[in-house]
Design a protein around this ligand. Structure first.
Ligand SMILES: [Zn+2]
Length: 294
């Protein structure tokens, strides 16, 4: 999550490329922003067995198989009624969710994990580096944001390891930076006889107040970001998805898909490259600014 860059989905693509002065945030500013991210959004099939079940901004993905479902992210705790209704509206039953994964352990993506786990009995799988944040409710982190209901991690996933459930195979790619255990997930789908590489991209933004140089709680963070950008660029991506809907221009793509159901705008390798370039520029700009002492 990045407060400055995500407050207005429409402005996101412009804002990703420029740096705004830090605005002081009051608790009510923050709450109204979070409320604006927590609006219902009609769930839909993205491609193959992958469905969007998140809010208007906080992406959650349901991946289905006859052996059960995988859910990537659960949004905020108060998003639960939206996520549950979305899954059921698609005709899927909560009780078949077997595995809950995360993009990264910030409250706006994982605060719903504990209740979803309790409701479904699903296993929570996470990277070793994000597990302490999940299990402490967000406090054990180099840069804690809002606290959330802690959730026990049942299985630790390593970089490059695959989570399997029936025909589903999701590979974890660790992308430390935004959080210690920030993770991209990849899988392939088949649609109309063609195979596509799907990438659930990680968040590559830098949260306000996080220093790249002389960071007291993570001295090598700039290096971690640099390596993650390189690694992300090396991953194949036809279908580009991410933890916030504006990251992959979700609403506009749904409108295009509805207007012409024969096309699938989520097949968007160029959008993926632009996404990386936008955040890499912000990262380089911040490094330069910090180096020049501004
Ligand atoms: Zn975040």
């Amino acid at each position: 999550m990045n407060w400055r860059k995500l407050f207005a989905p429409v402005a996101f693509m412009c804002l990703a490329l420029i740096s705004l002065p830090a605005q002081p945030q009051t608790p009510s500013d923050q709450q109204s922003r979070l409320d604006s991210w927590n609006k219902p959004f009609k769930p839909f099939r993205i491609i193959g067995n992958i469905y969007y079940v998140g809010t208007n901004n906080l992406a959650c993905f349901l991946i289905t198989s006859p052996a059960g479902y995988v859910l990537i992210d659960t949004a905020m705790q108060e998003s639960a009624p939206i996520i549950r209704a979305n899954i059921e509206a698609l005709g899927y039953k909560l009780k078949y969710i077997r595995i809950i994964l995360s993009s990264h352990a910030h409250f706006d993506h994982v605060a719903g994990h504990a209740d979803m786990k309790a409701a479904t009995g699903a296993q929570v799988i996470a990277s070793a580096a994000d597990a302490p944040a999940l299990e402490s409710g967000g406090t054990k982190s180099f840069h804690p944001l809002n606290p959330f209901k802690p959730v026990k991690v049942d299985r630790i996933i390593k970089d490059g390891e695959i989570v399997r459930l029936g025909s589903i195979a999701l590979r974890a790619h660790l992308m430390p930076g935004h959080t210690e255990g920030n993770t991209a997930w990849s899988m392939t789908v088949e649609e109309n006889g063609k195979k596509y590489d799907v990438l659930f991209a990680p968040s590559m933004s830098i949260n306000p107040g996080v220093k790249m140089i002389n960071n007291p709680t993570w001295p090598t963070i700039a290096d971690a970001y640099a390596k993650s950008f390189q690694k992300l660029k090396s991953l194949p991506c036809d279908v580009f998805l991410g933890p916030h809907a504006p990251f992959f221009d979700m609403e506009a793509k749904v409108a295009r898909m509805n207007a012409d159901p024969k096309t699938n705008p989520f097949i968007d390798p160029e959008g993926f490259r632009n996404y990386i370039a936008g955040f890499e520029k912000s990262y380089n700009d911040q490094l330069q600014k910090e180096r020049s002492g501004k």
